[in-house]
Design a protein around this ligand. Structure first.
Ligand code: FES
Ligand SMILES: [Fe+2]
Length: 345
């Protein structure tokens, strides 16, 4: 049994990463390569030539096709052979590389893992702040040598900020506010609502106003493996509530974890914000700063993965701070089992 859900969309890359030259990336254990056709739509193909399995990502682009760099087999964007290694040989169109359903949305290229006929773009996780008017979104990518679920645990647990991110986003008052966790269908929320606190410097700068504010951090887990964190402040008395809080400045920390193997994953991170959206300098500075914070998580997750492997007799324990991650893992397992039961029918 895999640790990830099949029949789901996973982020394969940023829209800016996929271009005319092939990008090789293993997604959920499948070596794939991605490139853009001349009409800019994206092709996703198994990264192995049907002949002697040389990675097709090493091949040469010709029009919308790819020619293997070993013996020159040419495949169309649908994976079907167009030209044999000896050009005068008749083309055998049964020679075919596997292709995958792919879709661009919210600044990411998504690939469907599982049964291709079930690949409905309506099932792409709704990362609306990444592609809505009035919002600005940017971010980066880290490969992380850990089970993707450790990253979900990390992001659904707001208490780690104090120790992992000392000197950056960790603040003592965060520890004082109560945390609430709840499940809504396939979603999990972890909420920290902080009414009437002093505006922290970053957010005061964003709102151009200091003083007392209502502050929030709301983590939301979305299948198959995303966590978005709604963060921000509103002036005290402006009527912000947990449900509705557009009175001040607001951002979403975007985290999408795509399994690469059972113990490594691709981490796509960023921030979508509704203030200073035309300020390119701010966007770049914030990205650098956020990248630094997430490197601290990468270090912890990779060390944790190694410790898990070195101590096979020990189990991960769940304290009450782990409830968000535990609930998210339960939903993933439940969905995996449901998928398998359906496939067995
Ligand atoms: S390995 Fe690709 S053509 Fe031979
Ligand atoms: Fe963190």
């Amino acid at each position: 049994m895999t640790t990830w859900l099949e029949n789901a969309w996973y982020v394969a890359g940023w829209d800016s990463e996929v271009d005319s030259q092939p990008l090789a990336r293993t997604i959920c254990g499948v070596p794939m390569m991605f490139y853009r056709k001349m009409d800019r739509s994206v092709v996703a193909m198994r990264d192995a030539c049907p002949h002697r399995l040389l990675p097709l990502s090493m091949g040469l682009r010709e029009g919308d096709s790819i020619r293997c760099r070993y013996h020159g087999l040419k495949l169309g964007p649908d994976g079907v052979a167009e030209e044999m290694p000896i050009k005068t040989d008749p083309v055998n169109t049964r020679i075919c590389a596997e292709t995958f359903a792919v879709h661009e949305r919210h600044r990411f290229v998504w690939v469907w893992i599982g049964e291709k006929d079930k690949a409905d773009p309506a099932l792409i996780p709704d990362l609306w702040p990444c592609s809505s008017d009035g919002w600005r979104f940017d971010g980066g990518y880290y490969p992380i040598a850990s089970d993707y679920r450790l990253a979900i645990d990390n992001l659904m647990d707001l208490t780690h900020e104090t120790y992992v991110h000392t000197g950056s986003i960790g603040q003592p008052e965060l520890m004082e506010a109560p945390i609430e966790t709840w499940v809504d269908g396939d979603k999990v929320f972890v909420t920290r609502w902080m009414p009437g606190v002093d505006a922290p410097p970053f957010w005061a700068g964003a709102m151009r106003q200091g003083g007392k504010v209502d502050r929030w951090q709301i983590c939301e887990f979305l299948l198959p493996s995303a966590v978005i964190i709604d963060v921000g402040i509103a002036p005290l008395g402006a009527g912000a509530t947990v449900e509705k809080h557009d009175q001040g400045v607001r951002g979403f920390v975007i985290d999408v974890m795509t399994p690469e193997t059972e113990d490594t994953h691709h981490y796509f991170w960023g921030m979508a914000r509704n203030f200073d959206i035309d300020d390119d300098g701010f966007t770049a500075r914030f990205k650098t700063q956020q990248g630094g914070v997430f490197l601290q998580d990468k270090e912890v997750l990779e060390a944790q993965q190694k410790a898990i492997e070195s101590n096979p007799h020990m189990k991960l324990m769940a304290y009450n701070i782990d409830e968000g991650g535990t609930r998210a893992r339960q939903i993933i397992s439940r969905k995996i089992k449901a998928n398998q039961a359906e496939a067995a029918k």
